[in-house]
Each structure stands twice: as structure tokens, then as C-alpha cells.
Design a protein around this ligand. Structure first.
Ligand code: INI
Length: 190
């Protein structure tokens, strides 16, 4: 029997990551990106958007994150995809719809494609709580990036790495859905 687990000390030069970010509550999501970038950079990933290792993709809000994450995963380009959003309850039922669809969608994107899709969508009651998780106390963006690195490493070890131009690993019926790679230079100033 063997034991497999992701490492944080391996060669990350071949890793390709995408970060999908909701603009809604960007006071919070901007800070999550910073935490994410700090972690990736300190583990040897080149976070510059034009250097080809990390692509940044902006969507209007957390509701749209999963759909885009799934499409990115289907390209077969990425070792992991990190989804960043902030859903704040406020006084509206909207919270429940947006947060549950975001969570279900991200899980489905990962499950359907075999690519690790990290759920980095904060679901909190207040802006204060969101900011506490995005830098005031800790920055969960850092943790989400660490989760992505661990999963990318693990998937590499168990032989299900999708970082290739082939769509051979995609589920039946999805082979032709793959999109062209997102151009880094259009993906935001990060
Ligand atoms: N999107 C968020 O990311 N966070 C929220 O708190 C939020 N609230 O509360 O409305 C939110 N709404 C927008 C939603 O994600 C979609 O962009 C919108 O409904 C269009 O589909």
C-alpha cells in the first residue's frame, strides 16, 4: 500500500494556476488576492500575469465564479484553480442563493473536470467579519493558495494531472468543450 499526500517543497515550475475573482465586495476580494499571491510567490510560483504561470480572471460576483472556473478547468491548462469571492449576508435572502450556488457550482466544477477547484468564497454575516478573514486577523487567501498547491502536487502524484494540451483526461462528452487559454494580459492588473 502507498501513502500519497501533497508536498510544498517540490518543483513548482510546471504548475499553472488560475485565480477566478468576484468583483462584488472587491474591498475584500482584492485583499484575498494579495494573500493568495503572497503564498504562491513564497512557494516559488511566478505570480506576474504576463509570465504565464498564473492567470487572473474577473467575474461580476460569486454567483458567476463556478461557471468560469469550470470552463477554465476544461481547457486542461491548469493544475489548480482558486476561486475568490465574498458573500456578505446583509439583510437579504440573496445571500443564501448566491452562497449556495457558488459552493455547489465550485464543487461540481472540480468533480466534473478532475481539476482541483479551491473554494475561496467567504460567506459571512458582516463586512467586519469578511475583512477579519481577508487581512485584519488572518488572510484566508493565503490558505486557499496553500490548498491549491497541495492539491496540485497531490494530483500530479496520483497521475491525474490535467496540465497538458491534450483533452484526453476530460470526462466523456467534454473533450470538445475546451477553450483557448485565457490571455494573461487581459486578465487584470495583478
Ligand atoms: N455577489 C457576491 O460575490 N457577494 C455578495 O454578497 C452578493 N450579494 O450580496 O448580492 C453578490 N451578488 C451578486 C451575484 O454574485 C451575481 O453577480 C449577480 O446576482 C448577477 O448574477
Amino acid at each position: 500500500m502507498a501513502v500519497f499526500e501533497g508536498t510544498f517543497a517540490g518543483d513548482v515550475s510546471s504548475f499553472r494556476m488560475a485565480i477566478v475573482i468576484g468583483r462584488f465586495n472587491d474591498l475584500v476580494t482584492d485583499k484575498l488576492i494579495s494573500g493568495c499571491q503572497d503564498c504562491l510567490k513564497r512557494h516559488g510560483i511566478d505570480i506576474e500575469p504576463n509570465n504565464g504561470q498564473v492567470d487572473y480572471v474577473w467575474v461580476p460576483g460569486s454567483y458567476e465564479i463556478a461557471m468560469v472556473a469550470r470552463q477554465l478547468a476544461l481547457t486542461g491548462t491548469y493544475d489548480a484553480i482558486i476561486c475568490l469571492g465574498a458573500v456578505i449576508r446583509g439583510q437579504t435572502l440573496h445571500f443564501d442563493y448566491v452562497s449556495s450556488e457558488a459552493a455547489k457550482g465550485v464543487a461540481a466544477a472540480s468533480f466534473q473536470t478532475g481539476v482541483p477547484v479551491i473554494f475561496g468564497v467567504l460567506t459571512v454575516d458582516t463586512m467586519q467579519q469578511a475583512l477579519e478573514r481577508a487581512g485584519i486577523k488572518s488572510n484566508l487567501g493565503w490558505n486557499y493558495a496553500l490548498n491549491a498547491l497541495e492539491m496540485a502536487s497531490l494530483m500530479q502524484q496520483i497521475g491525474n494531472n490535467h496540465n497538458s494540451s491534450s483533452s484526453a483526461n476530460l470526462p466523456p462528452g467534454n473533450e470538445t468543450i475546451a477553450l483557448p487559454k485565457v490571455a494573461s494580459q487581459n486578465a487584470g492588473d495583478y
